[in-house]
Design a protein. Sequence first.
Length: 361
Amino acid sequence: MIDRIYEAAVLPDGWSGVLEDIGRGVGAKGGLLIARSEDGARFAGSPEALAVAQDFVAAGHMEHNDRVPRLIARQHPGFETDLDFHTLDEMARLPMYADFLVPRGWPLAAATSLRSSGENHLVLTIEGFTKVPELLGSVEHLDALRPHLARSAIMAAQLRLEQARGMIAALDIVGLPAAALNGRRMMAANALLQTRLEAGALAMAGGLRLSDPQLDQMLQAALDAAGGHDGQGTSIALPGDGGHCRDVVHVLPLRGDARDIFSGITALVIFASVDKRPAIPADMLQSLFGLTAAEASIVQGLAAGQSVASLSEQAGKSAHTVKTQVKSVLAKVGVNRQADLIRTIADLCIRRPPGADDRAA
């Protein structure tokens, strides 16, 4: 199990099975990782536990759930159970237990805080105990695993941040100033962004702000929206001389594999010149939006003016298959319409280095 815990730091899909097996091994039903910040909470974990957590939030119980805040506040270096916070009589009266957890068959849990930094916290919970003796008896075993779980979580966070920095650096190479953000907090930025900081964007208190108050309000609202699972992409035109558009700021919510619970990165902000140049490569589209190779190829085709029919004929696929892939792309990019997708991709242009001209080498 310890080897699998460390493998999950590198292969995040492994956390689902690790938490499932840890939970089953101590008499529970599964486990969750909860990333909590000022922007809300995000979850990852074993399939059944994740489904219960999503229903718990949808039912409105997360707003009244004091387990996680109290656990974080106590900073106990080990696992604690529901009974460390409430008596059984209190639990019988609390709606989140009486109306949801008990009827769903997930009445008891053990949890620990793995990482806390400012407003950002990572909590691990083992969920679905039904018997008090098993719950209390699990703590010693879980405490023995806790140092490995905490180290793996820290390693995962560092790896994801380095991946984000690599992505931002790649955008630097192709001439796109960019930053990766967690909500409004800047996590990584490339060198070209410095030119934009001097020409209309201001870095303040670890965040990213525009000098125009109205445009900045739009940017901050877009960053807040990107933190939600259904956040949509936003483009903001920056006026230049004579009121003409100089650049476009794209706020791109990360989706799927491009966004995970460890890095906390919720969006990329990219400054694109209105001076169009060839579209960004397929491999970069895959990295930016978590697209498959087939999806990236479809995006390039649509941006080049091809129809779904021509793309399906070219790829030897049915139109229905291509339409399904287009829907997947729209969700990952964070836009609702094909026209919005084409406009967003067209604006993510490769700018020529200073001094370059149109002559062939």
